[in-house]
Design a binder for this molecule. Structure first.
Ligand code: ARG
Length: 558
């Protein structure tokens, strides 16, 4: 619901405005309540209507009539509408008690390729953004009615696996892979990289092993498959802890033997050129350089695999939208192969979008782990959850299952770190700041939700009186206006692929709510203000729905 529509409805039939097409977009919410709630700046109309903004505003003002306005003022060409709070409240209540989700995506299909980590690496902080942002975009589209396919296109292909096999055979034991898991392989992989600096022959051995994987040599495949199985198992375990799920874990290797038809099609369409023995598509015309399709030694490439993957996904899903969530460093890669797909005449190339993000890191000096320079996801979760537990205990929580609660708060904070700002901004996970119950944080949202739950519970069975006078004040009305915008906000978040619209919406909702809560009594002397309680219920619902979209649990008490 957009309250601006109330104003729009009262304006659209006024004769001087009938031809104005963008009238709806001209309306704005005011920043200052002394200018009313919604304003129509008449400046851009002056040219079309050949009148001064002030004269236009006056003419409109004379012709508007609606029960929803207390007052309309013309202030230097701004026509300011003061909404009648009680009437609007009733309208909002009616709206919120019905089905608010119009599911504009019903009947449409979307795939989202996210997380997609390279299995040679342990899941680290650098993987969190794609995993968390991707899952929120997926949730948001699903909420809007899309049939969403969540695809984890794991990087299970390339020389790193040759390195691992070399290391395992040299310093380890194939039998231990499955029993000891990812730590074991990671340790050997790190050792390989250290040793390879001193001994160049190791790299050649690794390349040979990778070649054997490419040629499906049984010995290589046996070890390789073990590595993949163990790595996927660990990635899945971490995703389960994060409560992020996928419909498919089909990775790059699956497509590696489906490249020939792509290369042939490119050739038939006369798109391929040979340059120094390599096969390329020339994209100079589009200022995109060249897209490498096949190296001179015949080795396949990331872009070629992506082309084959897109063809296959089209066959499987006939998607209306296909999203790829990766760091901004891969921008050119996607621009190139999207262009190649378009040149191949695949109309669905237009349905593909690359969603980028900046870096997520720990405050400087706090990086590093046994396995490399970056903080591991499992360590971040562990530290955050244990810190959350400490805080919850100090605050004297009465919740029975403190471990579950700490888990919900700690993991929520790790996720919220990448959700609170625009995707493209770099962000830092500062443990203390993220777990501050009074900051712009996920615990603050969770706490506000729990507070609403406890008010609703306290009111149960008490004498309730309904009076619209209880909500007839600025603070409450600001809150109500904000609540009414929930769906609109979700739609905009999906449109721009920006989870932060939702997180910011919830932060604003919580601070408006806390102001309302501090200034107005909801329950006084065992008497409940039913109208105010209704507001609390709406806030609770919006917080619960919003947190769910963000993939953050909303405990009922803290
Ligand atoms: N595995 C790649 C990486 O870690 C990301 C894959 C993204 N998806 C894709 N279809 N290219 O860099």
């Amino acid at each position: 619901m957009d309250l601006k529509n109330i104003v729009y409805d009262s304006l659209k039939d006024i004769s001087i405005l009938t031809g104005i097409e963008n009238l709806q977009e001209l309306l704005v919410y005011t920043n200052d309540i002394k200018n009313g709630d919604i304003s129509l700046p008449c400046f851009s109309l002056a040219k079309t209507l050949r009148k001064s903004p002030v004269a236009i505003a006056d003419e409109i003002k004379e012709n508007v009539s609606s029960d929803y306005f207390d007052k309309i003022e013309n202030v230097n060409g701004y026509l300011n509408f003061f909404l009648n709070r009680k009437k609007v409240f009733e309208l909002v209540c009616e709206y919120l008690s019905g089905e608010t989700n119009t599911q504009p995506g019903k009947g449409k299909t979307l795939f989202i390729d996210f997380s997609s980590l390279n299995l040679a690496k342990y899941m680290h902080i650098g993987h969190l953004s794609t995993t968390v942002i991707g899952s929120v975009i997926a949730n948001t589209y699903e909420y809007l009615g899309y049939d969403v396919k969540r695809l984890n296109y794991v990087g299970d292909y390339g020389t790193p696996f040759g390195k691992m096999i070399t290391a395992i055979l040299k310093w380890g034991d194939v039998e231990k892979i499955e029993a000891e898991g990812v730590d074991y392989i990671q340790g050997l992989y790190v050792k390989f990289n250290v040793e390879a600096e001193k001994d160049e022959s190791l790299m050649n051995e690794a390349r040979e092993w990778f070649l054997k994987i490419e040629n499906k040599d049984p010995e290589a495949m046996e070890i390789y498959n073990k590595i993949i199985r163990v790595s996927i198992k660990e990635a899945e375990r971490l995703c389960n802890i994060l409560e992020i799920y996928f419909d498919s874990w089909i990775g790059e290797a699956f497509y590696n033997d489906k490249l020939q038809p792509v290369i042939e099609e490119l050739d038939n369409k006369e798109l391929l050129q040979v340059s120094q023995g390599a096969k390329i598509v020339d994209l100079e015309k589009y200022n995109l350089g060249v897209c490498m399709i096949q190296k001179s030694d015949g080795a396949s490439l990331y872009a070629t695999r992506d082309l084959a993957t897109a063809l296959d996904r089209w066959e499987r899903y006939h998607f209306d939208l296909g999203l790829y969530v990766t760091s901004v460093q891969q921008k050119l890669h996607f621009e190139r192969w999207f262009k190649v797909l378009e040149l191949m005449g695949k109309d669905y190339a237009q349905n593909l979008k690359h969603i980028t993000y900046g870096t997520y890191s720990l405050p400087s000096g706090k990086i590093g782990s046994r396995f490399g320079k970056q903080a591991l996801v499992k360590d971040m979760i562990e530290i955050s959850v244990s810190k959350a537990k400490e805080i919850v205990s100090t605050r004297g929580s009465k919740v029975a299952d403190i471990d579950k609660l700490s888990q919900e708060i700690g993991i929520g904070a790790v996720k919220f770190g990448v959700l609170k700002t625009e995707r493209i901004k770099d962000c830092v996970f500062d443990l203390d700041a993220s777990l501050n119950f009074d900051g712009e944080t996920s615990p603050y949202l969770q706490y506000t939700h729990a507070r609403c739950c406890s008010i609703l519970k306290n009111a149960e069975g008490k004498d309730a009186q309904y009076s619209l006078d209880d909500i007839d004040n600025v603070d409450t009305f600001e809150l109500i206006k904000h609540i009414s915008n929930f769906e609109k906000n979700v739609i905009e978040s999906a449109r721009d692929f920006e989870p932060c619209y939702i997180s910011r919406y919830l932060i604003n909702l919580s601070s408006l709510f806390n102001k309302f809560y501090n200034n107005y009594r909801i329950i006084e002397n065992e008497k409940v203000s039913k109208a105010r309680l209704q507001v609390v219920g709406f806030v609770k619902d919006a917080l619960a729905k919003g947190l769910k979209l963000l993939g953050i649990n909303a405990p009922e008490s803290m």
